[in-house]
Design a protein around this ligand. Structure first.
Ligand code: SF4
Length: 401
């Protein structure tokens, strides 16, 4: 699960803000006018069981369903078509996410990866990540994925507390999560886990011990997400019936701060609002989303982003879902830059000023609120800025009303 972003990496907040602000052209940019795609996302929309909080584009199907084969065939042909169109020639990162890619099983994953290796340059300098869930990652699968060019595994652990896992409706136990990490380490150096905080019934001590267990198990990357109750999910219905206690913003903030303290004192650095890595293990694919690199999404509901020197557009299932002119794109870049610890450089601000004359005033205002700071030649988010992300990102996005 690629939780902080929508299935292709564009944040849901970003998309909804963008949607309301634009007249949308009917088709994407032509191949001759747009910059090449640098990142490839392949969406696998199947899971063993739906988790109670999930609103991703995925569904629970039996592992024997013929739809898994039909879908694999569709992806294999889509990769072939993208390759024939020249869309894979500049790809530097690949991400198989979902859903639960490992739920496809080894035979189908092998078909997809084999087709990828025939269709693009899938060498060790190309980051190739696969999301996995603890209940469907097996040792033979780990060995074959590694041999087929996957070089990064991201495991949806969420918690090492069985009671919390039960609340979330996850199908695995804490022990299975530990075993999956050990299994991944039989081949992979680059192993990431997702952890969640702000879950009803989860204490800060339970969360802290999950973070510590991930560190002790030797992972190189940790993503930490606060639970959000999304409309239409079982959690949403439970909350409406009064069956699910609300978690206060203060407790969520306390747990995010706890993650930061534990991970930084163990040698991880926070390079993005929700992402911590040991040096050299930052997720290059997610960084591509936050730094405006065009990406191609394959599979139902996967989003692609295209850009030219005139526009940035996002498409889902072949339909343009948002379209930004250069002012809006510039505001979005400032906003996305503030998700990252490196922030926004003075050079970027200087360029932005031509299109967005109020940018300097807005940055000074955010600084006076303690949401950003100026370090040498960059404007960077403060911890408070990350905790109050809506204020920070909204102020920058609104520079291009
Ligand atoms: S494993 Fe759970 S949270 Fe992840 S995509 Fe499937 S249903 Fe959603």
């Amino acid at each position: 699960m690629n939780d902080a972003v929508d299935i292709s990496g564009a944040s849901t907040d970003t998309l909804s803000m963008v949607d309301s602000a634009n007249s949308v052209p009917s088709e994407g940019l032509s191949a001759s006018e747009r910059a090449p795609y640098g990142a490839l996302y392949i969406h696998v929309p199947f899971c063993h069981k739906r988790c109670s909080y999930c609103d991703f584009a995925t569904e629970a199907v039996p592992s024997t369903s013929s739809r898994l084969d039909t879908y694999t065939d569709l992806i294999v042909r889509s990769i072939h078509h993208a390759s024939q169109s020249g869309d894979l020639s500049h790809i530097q990162t690949v991400y198989l996410g979902g859903g639960t890619p490992t739920y496809l099983g080894l035979r189908r994953l092998t078909s997809i990866l084999y087709m990828l290796s025939l269709s693009m340059r899938l060498e060790p300098d190309v980051e190739c990540s696969m999301e996995a869930n603890p209940d469907s990652l097996t040792e033979p699968m780990v060995k074959d994925l590694w041999a087929l060019g996957v070089n990064r595994i991201s495991i949806g652990v969420q918690s090492f507390d069985d009671e919390v896992l039960q609340t979330l409706g996850r199908v695995h136990t804490a022990q299975q999560a530990s075993d999956a990490i050990a299994c991944a380490h039989t081949r992979f150096k680059n192993v990431s886990v997702d952890l969640m905080c702000g879950i009803p019934g989860q204490t800060t001590e339970s969360f802290r011990s999950s973070v510590r267990r991930a560190i002790a198990l030797g992972v190189t990357h940790v993503s930490v997400y606060p639970l959000t109750i999304e409309e239409g999910t079982p959690f949403d219905r439970m909350q409406q019936r009064g069956e699910l206690a609300a978690v206060s913003d203060d407790l969520q903030a306390e747990q995010m701060v706890c993650a930061c303290q534990e991970l930084e004192s163990a040698g991880f650095h926070r390079y993005e609002v929700a992402s911590y890595a040991r040096d050299g293990y930052e997720c290059r694919h997610n960084c591509a989303y936050w730094t405006g690199i065009p990406y191609l999404g394959l599979g139902p509901s996967a989003v692609s982003m295209q850009q030219s020197d005139r526009r940035r557009v996002r498409l889902k299932d072949g339909v343009v879902v948002d379209s930004l002119d250069n002012r809006e794109r510039c505001a979005e870049d400032l906003m996305l830059g503030m998700r990252m610890s490196g922030g926004v450089t003075d050079t970027m601000v200087g360029r932005a000023q031509i299109l967005l004359p109020d940018v300097t005033h807005a940055l000074a205002d955010l600084q006076s609120q303690g949401l950003i700071t100026h370090n040498g030649s960059c404007w960077c988010p403060t911890d408070r800025g990350w905790l109050c992300g809506n204020e920070l990102y909204g102020a920058l996005y609104n520079l291009a009303p």
